[in-house]
Design a binder for this molecule. Structure first.
Ligand SMILES: [Zn+2]
Length: 137
């Protein structure tokens, strides 16, 4: 139930941020979701909905917007950067599915398209985070 825990921590963080900004009410939360993450978006959205329904005060009628953040990879050998989405096209379905659930799998199947090095890092589009909160004072 990773999705529920994540939904709860996102909402808790949003409420804390709103309190800091002295917002009476949160009207919108924007969430950036990296291409490389290990959660099911459907379950995550459902969890957010359910938790919001059980809340009053600040989170009442809040709108949730989820945007996908493209993942970028960077070669540690030649500093070449490339997009995960480009790489994905070259993978078969099983590999691509495996990477969705376990980003580390990307490291097994991928080489830098420029120099062929297997030594690279994910520089963006990993994990889930709040990108924006709107509210009323
Ligand atoms: Zn390289």
């Amino acid at each position: 139930m990773h999705e529920w825990a994540l939904a709860e921590s996102i909402l808790t963080a949003a409420v804390e941020a709103a309190e800091k900004e002295k917002l009476k009410k949160i009207t919108e939360i924007k969430i950036g979701m990296g291409e490389l993450q290990q959660i099911e978006q459907d379950i995550f959205e459902f969890a957010l909905d359910e938790i919001i329904k059980s809340q009053k005060d600040k989170l009442k009628n809040v709108k949730i917007k989820i945007e996908t953040i493209k993942s970028t990879l960077k070669c540690k050998n030649c500093e070449n950067t490339w997009k995960f989405s480009d790489m994905k096209k070259k993978l078969d379905e099983d590999e691509s599915e495996a990477i969705h659930f376990i980003p580390e799998v990307a490291f097994v199947h991928t080489r830098c398209p420029k120099c062929g090095s297997p030594d690279f890092e994910i520089t963006s589009g990993r994990g889930v985070s709040i990108t924006q909160i709107k509210g009323e004072k």
